[in-house]
Design a protein around this ligand. Structure first.
Ligand SMILES: *[C@@H]1O[C@H](CO)[C@@H](O)[C@H](O)[C@H]1NC(C)=O
Ligand SMILES: *[C@@H]1O[C@H](CO)[C@@H](O)[C@H](O)[C@H]1NC(C)=O
Ligand SMILES: *[C@@H]1O[C@H](CO)[C@@H](O)[C@H](O)[C@H]1NC(C)=O
Ligand SMILES: *[C@@H]1O[C@H](CO)[C@@H](O)[C@H](O)[C@H]1NC(C)=O
Ligand SMILES: *[C@@H]1O[C@H](CO)[C@@H](O)[C@H](O)[C@H]1NC(C)=O
Ligand SMILES: *[C@@H]1O[C@H](CO)[C@@H](O)[C@H](O)[C@H]1NC(C)=O
Ligand SMILES: *[C@@H]1O[C@H](CO)[C@@H](O)[C@H](O)[C@H]1NC(C)=O
Ligand SMILES: *[C@@H]1O[C@H](CO)[C@@H](O)[C@H](O)[C@H]1NC(C)=O
Length: 453
């Protein structure tokens, strides 16, 4: 339609006025950018399964973890464990569920973890990646969890206990369990459920293949000033073939963030509120270790009130790792009140400019495509809506952006900053040290004018 064409031209025009100073642009849309299809996986015999019931809890301290484990054992190898609507199932003991083979959990009730912090900080499944711990771990083959129920991490006591602490602080000893962890799963489907108030990350998928989430909603809320922290929606480690569709997260950290060695990822129709964005990484954290994120397609994301929209994040600093983020496409992003709608960050984590320049990241960003971004930032970065600054020790090439129609409450023109990227980024951009870029960063929204009513 004419109107939208005009709107696009108007939105792009401010960039065009900077053409004299922009980074030379030699790149055009890659013909073979990954358009992504969900990887296919066939679960066995879904109909006519043996049903297994267990006793529900009478109250929030009535721990039925032993009955739960027994129910899982009985339903294993072709059956379905039924957790009924309106019932509560309290888990107060850590559970190793990595022996599974063809099981379904019909989750229409609520699984609630106890908030006995002392117990859980002494009884858990550890994972070396970022010193993670879990209430339970699921693994094996052909695991289906579906229904309209929820898994509830009883997070408030953890939010209160963790207040003022920092997860990546090497001295932090206040560990918090992950709500749902899969280790060594082949064929895992989670559908329809809500995952609520995780003490820490919500989902951690490790050493697994063919993992599918559909119609899953993640929420973490606090009743006081102690915000939920690090309640990431989905984190992965050594995962191949992951699909997340028609899902949402209302949480305080990354909405979706594949981590080291995640390949063939398909994300479609994702809603995120109050998050740290759809982030690739962080990767490149551990000295001498090579991390890879490759073949990712993310399409139709609504990102509200968040720190980042689409983000790539790689570690820099002394004593970190290396690797690559390659062949990633972000398509159809709508942002509202987002600090960094589109950002490539190679100075993770908490590094100042001097430190980052001294020890630049060694994670390459290659073949990264961003198509059709719209909406507005929070103006936290002034009029800057796109930042793509690459380390001199890494290769950043084939970074391509098209139809980037982002605005700032600070007004137009919106500005893209880019540095260290071979061949430009497909849209006009300014080096970070350019006067206009510096001015754009400082440009805060004008206070609303009085309306006289
Ligand atoms: C919770 O239920 C269990 C099992 O019925 C019971 O033994 C216990 O007294 C109850 N606790 C409270 C606080 O009601
Ligand atoms: C795009 O995603 C949103 C959720 O963010 C969803 O409501 C909408 O239906 C999706 N659009 C299409 C065409 O599927
Ligand atoms: C989105 O998050 C903000 C806080 O970041 C909150 O105030 C608001 O209620 C949330 N919206 C929805 C629809 O959950
Ligand atoms: C990731 O894969 C690479 C290449 O296969 C391997 O060298 C590296 O150790 C893996 N990293 C992790 C964190 O497992
Ligand atoms: C990107 O990944 C997809 C999925 O694996 C693959 O089909 C495609 O060929 C890859 N593109 C390039 C340029 O390697
Ligand atoms: C661009 O993305 C928006 C959602 O953010 C969508 O409504 C629109 O249809 C997309 N445009 C094209 C040309 O696909
Ligand atoms: C940057 O960080 C390093 C290491 O933490 C510190 O020694 C230095 O003073 C910092 N520089 C600035 C300008 O803040
Ligand atoms: C900006 O940085 C570039 C490359 O680092 C350098 O060549 C140029 O002189 C700098 N310009 C200003 C105005 O500092």
């Amino acid at each position: 339609m004419k109107v939208s064409t005009v709107a696009i031209i108007l939105a792009v025009a401010p960039f065009l006025s900077l053409a004299a100073t922009e980074t030379p642009n030699t790149i055009s849309r890659p013909k073979d950018y990954y358009q992504g299809k969900p990887p296919k996986y066939q679960f066995p015999n879904r109909g006519n399964r043996k049903k297994v019931d267990i006793r529900a809890s009478c109250n929030e301290t009535d721990d039925i973890s032993a009955e739960f484990l027994e129910g899982i054992r009985k339903a294993n190898n072709g059956g379905t464990l039924v957790l009924k609507k309106g019932k509560m199932y309290v888990i107060g003991k850590k559970l190793d569920l990595t022996f599974l083979n063809d099981i379904q959990v019909q989750l229409d009730g609520q699984i609630l973890f106890t908030n006995d912090i002392e117990y859980w900080q002494n009884n858990y499944f550890p994972h070396p990646f970022q010193n993670s711990i879990s209430f339970w771990q699921w693994g094996g083959k052909d695991i289906v969890i579906e229904g309209r129920g929820e898994i509830n991490g009883n997070g408030q006591a953890w939010y209160d206990g963790f207040a003022g602490k920092q997860i990546l602080d090497p001295k932090n000893t206040y560990l918090r369990p992950i709500l749902f962890t899969a280790v060594g799963a082949t064929g895992l489907s989670v559908k329809g459920i809500t995952m609520r108030n995780s003490p820490c990350w919500t989902n951690f998928l490790a050493d697994s293949t063919d993992v599918i989430y559909d119609d899953v909603f993640i929420e973490a809320q606090s009743i006081n000033q102690n915000r939920p922290k690090n309640t990431d929606g989905w984190d992965t480690y050594n995962v191949d073939r992951l699909t997340v569709t028609n899902s949402g997260a209302n949480i305080g950290d990354d909405c979706f963030s594949p981590k080291p060695n995640t390949t063939n990822v398909f994300v479609q129709n994702l809603w995120c509120n109050g998050t740290n964005g759809v982030s690739m990484g962080s990767i490149g954290q551990y000295p001498g270790v090579m991390d890879i994120i490759e073949n990712v397609y993310v399409q139709n994301v609504t990102m509200l009130n968040s720190k980042n929209g689409a983000r790539l994040k790689a570690w820099a600093g002394s004593n970190v790792g290396y690797g690559r983020i390659n062949n990633v496409t972000y398509e159809d992003f709508y942002v509202d009140n987002v600090d960094n709608p589109l950002i490539l960050d190679q100075c993770y984590f908490n590094l100042n400019e001097t430190e980052c320049a001294k020890h630049p990241s060694e994670v390459d960003f290659t073949s990264i495509t961003f198509l059709n971004f719209s909406g507005k930032s929070s103006a936290k970065r002034g009029r800057v809506t796109v930042e793509a600054v690459c380390s001199e020790n890494a290769v950043c090439k084939d970074i391509y952006m098209e139809d980037i129609n982002l605005h700032s409450p600070s007004g137009d023109p919106a500005v893209a900053i880019c540095d260290g990227i071979k061949g430009g980024i497909g849209i006009p951009c300014l080096p970070a040290n350019h006067t206009d870029a510096k001015a754009a960063l400082k440009d805060k929204p004008k206070p609303p004018t009085a309306t006289g009513t």
